[in-house]
Design a protein around this ligand. Structure first.
Ligand SMILES: C[S@@+](CC[C@H](N)C(=O)[O-])C[C@H]1O[C@@H](n2cnc3c(N)ncnc32)[C@H](O)[C@@H]1O
Length: 491
């Protein structure tokens, strides 16, 4: 990958710089032309289009549990580290104690970016992605494309949160005398998404750290073999809602079941192989257990097969559902099965009040209570799923057809916005027409003076496709739930 043009040059610089500051994949190696590189012994950087794009691959067979990368503490970009080396930054940040740790890290990151080539982190900063598809970057059209209320709300809430955080931090940004470009909401959005999607957990700062090279690992959901791992279960959700990859401090080698973490004994972030890898395979990391909506919110992607995904359903009943389980545990699993807590709650609801006391406790063990009770529960599931599906603007097949067309839709550089718009209008979908009207022609946006750049159109298209992929999975799960419940009723 290092060979390829400007990106290749930047990546080469990053790996050389990383080697100089002690980042190493088990043992420092020589790069192709004898240039020092922090990789080459165990890992290499490459494009992995099927999972995450740029990522790290195995350049030899790797055994499960092997140490694959070590990043010393001094190479971690934390608020602390940035404040220590810059008096102006440190004084200005101290004037704003009410800002959250995450807001401070975002401001420090922007300040560092503002230094350009004078920043000692420059080789790292110039390899960061230019844009993200985390929720806060979604426009109104792309948010509406989720169709399902709770997903649209989650996206709107995420956007609002970032807007508020920027408002609160503006005084600090002004005080730091950032260049006008770095004072904009767009820059804050970029830095906030960088922090959200790339920070790793460290015990001393709830905002986490940016970890050069260590943040090149792409994600795989924790599977069977890692479910016993404490870190996959013990997600670190700070009060500010910020998530970090690798939310675990556990560093005892004997009980280490995690993919990595900060290890005080060696003052370094250490990454371990979660499974065996053959030479050439992508080495993946679990950032934690996330539903697809959460992956989208914090990392800007989703998985077609996510064992941890959950679908929530509004169930309308005359007598309120009373449940001892938290609401988040009342969901449908990706294969269409109602969760244990959802089934138990509905079984209790379907019992006549006179029987609740004597046989209600069986519901807590997960057993069906009677044939009549079970049929009522499953019938309610079927009607609730059907209602939810009927309420949505499009059917599953339409979504699949549209996504197929959009996957083949090329935004050829050199095309004008009106050409793209005309091609989009030929897609025979009302939604595609709306995309032309609302996104491409920016209808209703009085601030829009010039047409969108091709880069921005491409990003809007990618985010729209993410929303369609999410709702396809939502609908597929509800349909699977319906057929599963009907099958059981027939039995
Ligand atoms: C920590 S970075 C990983 C490296 C990243 N691919 C890069 O080029 O810098 C996390 C980001 O990688 C992408 N990513 C990671 N795992 C992915 C996966 N399984 N599928 C799609 N995108 C993924 C997402 O954009 C996510 O926000």
């Amino acid at each position: 990958m290092e060979g390829g043009g400007e990106n290749g040059r930047r990546l080469g610089n990053l790996l050389k710089w990383a080697a100089e500051i002690g980042i190493a994949d088990t043992a420092a190696a020589e790069g192709e032309e004898g240039a020092p590189s922090c990789l080459g012994n165990t890992l290499f950087v490459s494009e992995f289009p099927e999972a995450g794009g740029r990522g790290l691959g195995a350049c030899r067979d790797i055994r499960k549990g092997e140490l694959v990368l070590r990043v010393p503490k001094s190479a971690l970009m934390t608020t602390d580290a940035l404040l220590r080396t810059d008096g102006v930054l440190s004084r200005c940040v101290a004037n704003h104690p009410s800002l959250s740790p995450v807001q401070k890290l975002i401001a420090c990151l922007l300040y560092e970016v503002g230094k350009g080539k004078d920043s000692s982190w420059y080789p790292y900063l110039e390899t960061l992605p230019r844009s993200y598809s985390t929720f806060s970057a979604f426009g109104k059209f792309e948010m509406q494309a989720f169709q399902v209320d709770y997903a649209v709300w989650a996206a709107e809430k995420a956007r609002l949160k970032v807007e508020n955080e920027w408002e609160e931090a503006r005084a600090l940004l002004q005080e730091l005398r950032l260049k006008p470009r770095l004072l904009t909401f767009g820059s804050w959005l970029w830095a906030s998404a960088t922090v959200s999607s790339r920070t790793l957990h460290v015990p001393w700062d709830e905002a986490g750290c940016l970890c050069p090279v260590g943040d090149l690992f792409n994600y795989a959901a924790p599977g069977e073999s890692t479910t016993e791992s404490t870190f996959t279960q013990d997600l670190h959700h700070g009060d500010n809602g910020c998530n970090h990859m690798l939310a675990d401090d556990q560093s005892d080698a004997n009980s280490r079941l995690t993919d990595g973490g900060y290890e005080e004994a060696v003052a370094a972030y250490c990454f371990y192989a979660r499974q065996h890898y053959e030479k050439g395979e992508q080495v993946l990391l679990s950032y934690g257990t996330y539903t697809n909506l959460e992956l989208l919110e914090h990392y800007g992607f989703l998985l077609d097969e996510n064992p941890n995904d959950r679908v929530y359903l509004t169930i309308k009943v005359d007598t309120p559902l009373s449940s001892t389980w938290p609401r988040e545990s009342l969901y449908i699993e990706p294969d269409g099965k109602p969760s244990f807590a959802l089934l138990a709650t509905l079984r209790l609801w379907a019992l006549p009040p006179s029987q609740r006391k004597c046989i209600g406790n069986h519901a807590y063990s997960g057993s069906p209570l009677s044939i009549v009770n079970e049929a009522r529960v499953l019938g309610l599931m079927v009607t609730s799923c059907e209602e939810a599906l009927n309420h949505l603007l499009t059917r599953l097949k339409e979504d699949r057809d549209l996504l197929r067309e959009l996957d083949g839709f090329d935004i050829i550089s050199g095309s004008s916005v009106s050409e793209i718009s005309a091609r989009m209008a030929m897609l025979c979908s009302e939604e595609a027409n709306n995309f032309s009207g609302r996104v491409l022609r920016r209808n209703g946006d009085s601030n829009a003076k010039k047409p969108l750049s091709l880069e921005k159109i491409q990003l809007a298209l990618e985010r729209w496709k993410l929303a369609i992929r999410w709702r396809i999975m939502y609908k597929r799960t509800l349909l699977d739930c319906i057929s599963l419940c009907q099958k059981t009723i027939n039995l």
